[in-house]
Design a protein around this ligand. Sequence first.
Ligand code: ZN
Ligand code: ZN
Length: 194
Amino acid sequence: MRLGKLGYYGDFLVYPLIVVILGVALVRRNTAGHQTGWAACVLGGAALWTLLEYLIHRTFLHRGGVFTVMHAEHHAFPRAYIGTPAWISVPTFTLLVAAPAWLLGGGNVAGGLTGGIMLGYWWYGVVHHVIHHRTALPFARYFSRLRRHHQLHHHSAIGGNFGVTTVMWDVLLGTTIAAPITPRSAPQARHPKI
Ligand SMILES: [Zn+2]
Ligand SMILES: [Zn+2]
């Protein structure tokens, strides 16, 4: 949905803050020995996010329904401040990730997994913002590849390239859009006519 500047940029602060709070809660609550498991859950959650990002984009955002209508607006206006406000996304993560993880694995697993998924979501927001809003790219090699991948998603008539922070799931699940051959990248004739 359309957001104000505060709502749009707020995510970039809210999520790191929650992850720090979760980390501090762990340190205050636990004796030594739990940190490694917590860190493993964070890493696992961040990795899991990359798959969730791919699946949510491929299904809910492109297969019809209310979320597809909202996402279509981003496709029409890629630089507009469109997103999910934190007052919706934070309770959603709490309900769908933290609560079941707490019931199944306890506080450490829930805190770590939720923190990892939130870190992944935050990074997704950063990458997507950089792709659409920055002309001079930081970490050019990493971002320019992802920008090309995502721009093909926006502009190709063929559906695909659903990953934003990684191209891995598109490669593994066969949804990579083949880049059109540009004059610069077109193969040269071996024996050009003179
Ligand atoms: Zn899309
Ligand atoms: Zn986009």
